[in-house]
Write a protein that binds this ligand. Structure first.
Ligand code: PEP
Ligand code: MN
Length: 367
């Protein structure tokens, strides 16, 4: 898929902050006026890097009868927090009414949550409510790892005339109990960035990790992948939070985390460029060799397929495949390659081989 044309404003020109990366923080949910004010005050005091305050007001909870946000009332709390601390404000909107209320109360940035991005009807309803309004909007990735759905939601909002538009990577639900609450699947935001290089990309390590101790690792990774900012949940007393207890940080702990992050630039320093171009030339050659080798392998596979066709053999001989996999994995291990990667690579190569053989087998032989 080739790059897509969109009229997008770079994040430094959103009129929010020219600081890079942009740091957004605040509680998962606004709970009380006191909690909102205390979080905002502590953030301004401890973490001058934070320029935007976040708080969920309408909370999409998985099960009913849990805390579903305080609703409209909290919008005036955000106004108070902004007036006192100067922090800009952001909230999640999930329908047209949320958009009207948030705008009426002067919220500075709107974001669309993962559970809303999955539904084109809801996204379109929000897009319609945004027509003629100039407000920054950020679209979280859908819960499921579907790049097209994420892209489609971004396109709908863009078609409504929003140009201060960004994406938030918050990981993808896998249904498995892995290390992360939502698996990062970095290749998806990287592909979105390739298709839309001008689209600001914020990472939300809180919802990726689901627990505090992974936040630094994921935040650093996001910055090393040239993401434009971080959205990290902070709460004055995380263990008592009404939602997402395990992943929220105190503003103090957030300050420590931000202090540990290493900031690098995509273009590096002056010296980096010369050396990098040498390494890149080397990589270009190696990649050429890899592709050339794969294509040579494919040609041998065709010959094997013709032989199997002539001798009425099945495409798959399980014992041979087992032998190949074991042998290649052992070699890969000796070469210091990652086990999971080597296995997936060989499964892909094998699938290609089966595809080629299926084609040859089904080709009519002229007599
Ligand atoms: C949130 O930001 O608190 C939230 C509900 O996130 P997500 O939409 O990523 O689940
Ligand atoms: Mn949350």
């Amino acid at each position: 898929m080739t790059n897509i044309k969109m009229n997008l404003v770079p994040i430094e020109k959103w009129g929010i902050s020219d600081q890079s990366p942009l740091i957004i923080s605040g509680p998962c949910s606004a709970e009380t006026l006191e909690q909102v004010m205390q979080t905002a005050r502590d953030l301004v005091k401890n973490t001058p890097q934070v320029k935007v305050f976040r708080a969920g007001i309408w909370k999409p909870r998985t099960r009913p009868n849990s805390f579903e946000g305080v609703g409209i009332e909290a919008l005036s709390w955000l106004q108070k927090a902004k007036a006192e601390t100067g922090l800009l404000t952001s909230v999640e909107v999930a329908n047209a009414n949320h958009v009207y209320e948030a705008l009426k109360h002067g919220v500075d940035i709107l974001w669309i949550g993962a559970r809303t991005t999955v539904n084109p009807f809801s996204v379109q309803e929000i897009a319609n409510a945004l027509k003629g309004v100039d407000v920054p909007v950020m679209v979280k990735n859908p819960i499921n790892p579907d790049l097209q759905l994420w892209l489609g939601a971004i396109e709908r909002i863009h078609q409504a005339g929003i140009t201060r538009l960004g994406a938030i990577h918050r990981g993808f639900s896998s249904g498995q109990n892995g290390r992360f609450r939502n698996a990062p699947q970095w290749k998806i935001p990287i592909e979105l960035k390739r298709l839309l290089p001008d689209l600001p990309m914020i990472c939300d390590p809180s919802h990726i990790c689901g627990k505090r101790d992974l936040l630094l690792e994921v935040s650093q990774k996001a910055l090393d992948l040239a993401m434009d900012g971080l959205m990290i949940e902070a709460h004055p007393n995380p263990n008592e939070a009404w939602s997402d207890k395990a992943q929220q940080l105190t503003p103090d702990a957030l300050a420590e985390l931000l202090g540990q992050l290493k900031l690098r630039k995509p273009e590096g320093d002056e010296l980096s460029v010369d050396f990098l171009s040498l390494f890149r030339d080397e990589i270009d050659l190696i990649d050429l060799e890899i592709l050339d080798t794969i294509s040579k392998r494919a040609k041998v596979v065709e010959k094997i397929a013709e032989y199997k066709r002539e001798h009425k053999m099945t495409i798959l001989q399980v014992s041979r495949w087992d032998e190949i996999l074991k042998d290649r994995m052992a070699t890969a291990e000796k070469l210091g390659l990652d086990e999971k990667f080597s296995k997936e690579l060989y499964q892909q190569i094998h699938l290609m081989s089966i595809r080629i053989q299926t084609k040859v087998m089904n080709t009519k032989v002229s007599v």
